[in-house]
Write a protein that binds this ligand. Structure first.
Ligand code: FES
Length: 146
């Protein structure tokens, strides 16, 4: 292989590797968690964040909960070892249901974007997403006032 072609191939590989990694990450299969209702609260087992593939335990970064009172799903994100955030997937601009992918929420209606923690990244939405108070014990995650 000529030196020029070798360098070109290396450059394409260096550019392509992060893109491949991010596309693999964004291909994470969406998992709908089973959430038990307890009055105004939802209880989700921590094991909903685990998946066994080829005998290995894989940790999910988020799960969706569909049985909410609002009619919109809640996205429960794992931020750290025992730190979670739950956001209502309802755009604060005009109320469209949000998509999740690539580490952000996007609105299919007018293009607003929100961070994983629900902060507005891009308008026209001006208000952050509705988030819920959470606490945990050894087995469960409790989402309050849903
Ligand atoms: S409803 Fe989401 S940007 Fe308008």
């Amino acid at each position: 292989m000529e030196r020029r072609n070798f360098l070109k191939t290396c450059c394409y590989s260096m550019v392509g590797a992060p893109l491949l990694a991010s596309s693999i990450q964004s291909c994470q299969v969406t998992h709908y968690a089973i959430a038990k209702k307890d009055g105004e609260n939802l209880i989700v087992e921590k094991s909903e964040f685990w998946e066994i593939k080829n005998g290995k335990r894989i940790n999910r970064s988020f799960v969706l909960i569909s049985n909410t009172n609002d009619g919109f799903p809640i996205c429960l994100q794992k931020l750290d070892k025992d730190k979670y955030i739950a956001s209502l997937m309802k755009c604060t601009h005009q109320g469209c249901e949000l998509n999740i992918g690539g580490g952000i929420y996007t609105c299919p209606c007018h293009g607003s974007e929100f961070s994983i923690t629900g902060k507005v990244l891009e308008g026209p939405a001006e208000e952050n997403l509705k988030t819920f108070e959470i606490n945990t014990d050894n087995e469960n995650i409790y989402i309050h006032d849903v």
